[in-house]
Ligand binder design. Structure first.
Ligand code: MN
Length: 286
């Protein structure tokens, strides 16, 4: 029956909705190339969400894990292809490398397949707020030594940031792994809570130092939107454990998208739907 076909066609369309469009999307800590990377969930996220501008806020590719053994399944490739397709369709994609993809920092100022590589970026929101977009690992030494650095003053702060960069390069040169917050946090749960608080304060202070209104960062795998000392602090989280991203709406407001939760809820909802009767099998021709 044609009516029935049309209804089926509409039902199929409803299953694959148009992606939700935001002004901006911020994603970080995808760790492509690591076995823990949730590339399938990420592909699902990219299918359902789109934006005029997409910021990749570091640790997109896990260079440290790839050095130890090549792990690059099709889904990881598909993520890269999907992002490049977004550029071809007119989206602006800005890539701010982190510590796990520190090799990409050698290419800042360059463009790959239309993707702009930047050491850090300044994003202007719909309401004209200026946000520093940076991965955040640059401040590891500062955060870990915040107490005594505060006693030593500004010069020590600048020196610590410079030392962090030099140490990172040396580690890469000698093939020594980067100090990893997530690995360390699992061992030292109590200290991790303090570290997160100190990291957030350090990044908010950095935004103030640079005369902007706030910061969008990643690195500590802990999605948050909050105000710290008058600065807007936004953390994208990660796509390894919590699978979160940050969206900026057309009105300039920010929202945490928790995709692991969303995908799980969708799976439950579809499981609860009445099962459609399958068409009766045609009698086999004799
Ligand atoms: Mn990181």
């Amino acid at each position: 029956m044609p009516e029935q076909n049309l209804a089926n066609f509409r039902a199929n369309l409803a299953v694959e909705p148009e992606p939700k469009r935001y002004r901006t999307l911020f994603l970080s800590d995808l760790h492509l190339g690591a076995k823990a990377s949730q590339a399938h969930l990420l592909l699902d996220f990219l299918k359902h969400n789109d934006a005029e501008t997409i910021y990749l806020v570091g640790d997109i590719v896990d260079g440290w894990k790839l050095r130890k053994g090549w792990h690059w399944p099709q889904a990881h490739n598909d993520v890269v292809q999907k992002l490049l397709r977004r550029v071809r369709k007119g989206a602006r994609v800005i890539y701010v490398p982190g510590n796990h993809d520190e090799f990409a920092r050698d290419y800042t100022g360059l463009t790959f397949g239309g993707v702009e590589v930047m050491h850090h970026a300044i994003h202007e929101t719909a309401t004209g707020k200026k946000m520093l977009v940076i991965h955040g690992d640059e401040f590891d030494i500062v955060v870990r030594n915040a107490r005594w650095l505060a006693l030593l003053g500004d010069w020590a702060y600048d020196a610590a940031i410079a030392a962090n960069t030099v140490l990172n390069r040396a580690r890469r040169l000698f093939g020594v792994g980067y100090w990893s917050f997530s690995a360390w946090a699992k061992l030292k749960v109590k200290e991790a809570v303090n570290f997160i608080g100190d990291f957030e304060e350090t990044l908010a202070a950095e935004a103030e130092r640079r005369g902007v209104d706030g910061v969008v960062c990643g690195h500590i795998h802990h999605a948050t939107i909050k105000t710290i000392n008058g600065m807007l602090y936004v953390n994208t989280g990660d796509f390894v454990e919590s699978c979160t991203a940050i969206a900026e709406h057309e009105d300039g407001s920010f929202e945490i998208l928790r995709w692991r939760t969303t995908a799980a809820e969708r799976a439950v909802a579809s499981a609860n739907q009445p099962v459609k009767a399958l068409p009766a099998p045609k009698a086999a021709a004799a």
